[in-house]
Design a protein around this ligand. Sequence first.
Ligand code: 26Q
Length: 822
Amino acid sequence: HKQPENDLNGSSVADLKRDFLNKLFYVQGKFPALASLNDYYMALSYTVRDRLLERWINTAAIYTDSGARTICYLSAEFLMGPQLGNNLINLGIYDQAQQAVEELGLDLDALLEQEEEPGLGNGGLGRLAACYLDSMATLEIPSIGYGIRYEFGIFEQDIRDGWQVERTDKWLRFGNPWEISRPEWAVEVKLGGHVDHYTDEQGRYRVRWIPYEVVKGVPYDNPILGYKTNTANTLRLWTAEAPESFDFAAFNSGNYAGAVHKKMVSENVSKVLYPNDDSDRGKRLRLTQQIFFVSCSLQDTIRIMQVQDLPLAKFHEKFVIQLNDTHPAISIAELMRLLVDEHYMKWDQAWAITQRTFAYTNHTILPEALERWPIALFSSLLPRHMEIIYEINHHFIDDVRMKFPDDPDRIARMSLIDESGEKYVRMAHLACVGSHAINGVAALHTELLQQDVLSDFYALYPHKFSNKTNGVTPRRFVVLSNPRLTDLISSKIGNGWIKHLDELKKLEAYVDDIEFQQEWQDIKYNLKRDLANQIVKDYGINVDPHSLFDIQAKRIHEYKRQHLNVLHIITLYNRIKANPDIDITPQTFLFGGKAAPGYFMAKLIIKLINSVADVVNRDPDVRDRIKVVFLKDYSVKFAQHVYPAADLSEQISTAGKEASGTGNMKFAMNGALTIGTLDGANIEIREEVGAENFFLFGLTEQEVQKMSADGYSPIDYYHTNLELKLAIDRIASGFFSHGDPELFKPLLHTLFDRDPYFLFADYQAYIDCQHQASLVYRDLERWTRMSILNVARMGKFSSDRSIREYCEDIWHIKPVKVELNT
Ligand code: 26Q
């Protein structure tokens, strides 16, 4: 596999400069004099793409030739973030590219800012998939990511009068230089209709699904480069189109408009990402998206088996398929359908293969977020899958009966069909039954799955369960986001840590080095100043880079308790109003995150943050000691400027509610200290960095459980805690809402009435802990030592560690080296 003779591979500044100008002329069709910043961005991206193609093509060829065992990561979301900077880093040509564009009078940072990021995910789960692709490529693990190429990604967030307003994310508007479409590998997906059971001419029993409609899936391939390896894996995203031939009849009968209408309906399938990060009950289009990308992807794996001349009996040896939550869990029925109906395999053999192929990752413990589909909807869209699920359920219930005789309650609880009221298909149960491995994403989360949410499955299949604590890629979230910190670290301990994050341990030797501390502080200060400058530009609000930067950036959710953070801010404000000369540590409170468009309470929390910000930022009594800013349209691209500028990372979810969290890791890797509860991966972060370097507060998960069981009465806290009462009364009086006491009533009512996330119970502990943190910050040397130790001890949270564990315990896949033969 030799690439054509050319000179598009050079990595010298001169090579890059020449090719960059070539791309500008021959691809963008512009002279420098007429080129826009976007033209320059495109030209540089194509220059970079040329340099990764050799790796990409060779990787694919070597995987094919070696018949390598491959992990397919199936995910409805991939939140990739901008690609150009990451590819420059992973190719090892960042500095050369910077110089090349500089010599042409351009600024690399400005070009990087041009990129419209593919926002093909909501938050944690989608970004985790992206980090895992980076680690799999870096660790040279043969892998394919399969997902959906949404035409519109997560909405853009505007703030008007303090409220969130959504705008369509037209990320493909100016073209996408990173993808290559592969129309020759398009496949068809059936939807609706009915199923025929019949005997063929040879007297064999056969099943035929006659669909109501067919949608075509066209794959678009995106390269996933490893860091300084020759490996370039593929992220294959499917776009829905109308099949050319399907509505022939309508065309011929002159029903042109009817035929075009059908085409339009087909194209809707991959039109838009659902902006909810919990399940969207009963949305037909959402289920259509799931079967669409799942069926395309499984058909693609079967095509690959055929290309490599492998028999389908060996499917589970060639592929292991990881299900990123239950969104792709319909795979289990779809693989059965493909093997049994289309490839005439016997049920038992197909089932053995299916179970050995799939593994399921759960990302939520909120019972209301577990996916289920009404039977009526499910069978009308997927009549054959419904039959298959009943058949799987039949076998499964027999197994449960064998192991637990005379236990009808257990069978009702575990059944793939919820029959307690309106009937539903339970996707998590399907995933558990059809997989050989089930995992949670942090130690506490896995524990809770086993003891609570999936306890019946744990009793039946204890051997399937394991924990795989999440991780994040240090390439994007340290090297690319924080080059200054990267250079300082590498100047002391070399750059081995970028691939082996445990080596950060070596930094502990410098924790008492005054000069090192000073450089560490200077870098943090400079990053805060940069963010402060951006904030003045975007919001006209001055924030002091010397103040403590306290940041909560994540999706807006009641369980994440952004409003607890607000109660603390109001408390500080009340203290200042009561005693204007009070000595408090200057603090800047930054928020970022999107609310699901239909989640009223989350949108009201955004309005509350902005309303409090308006009052606090303008009050002369505050004398700029505290500032509050809601940073709009939080995205991966913007996050890369936020993590490095944080002093304090807010990880304050109600214990037991946050499966893992991954922002907690990104902040800590950039030297922020954490204020947090014993929830998700916070627990493990605290174990690693040391309790003395972590600001812990709040109820434990067990205490929350007990309080719930004993009858929690939030109103008692209100009546006995004066500062809490004052903070709540401030909101209730209309002080932050131009005298309107109605505005925040729904939020306050929930707190008084039930407070399902225990804000009142945790309020005092949070206030005290915040106070502690603000006192420590006054001793900047102490704070800096804690910050250094946090970074030095974050090695565990590299996604490389997570992927190694998946490879060892679940996937049984080993690295495959890619040699370049040019
Ligand atoms: C499902 C059905 C219909 C519509 C939408 C959805 C949907 C979409 C996205 C449901 C859930 C999500 C996303 C969930 C998510 O991001 N969970 C987070 O996953 C992270 C990675 O494991 C964890 O760190 C977080 O704790 C968890 O909240």
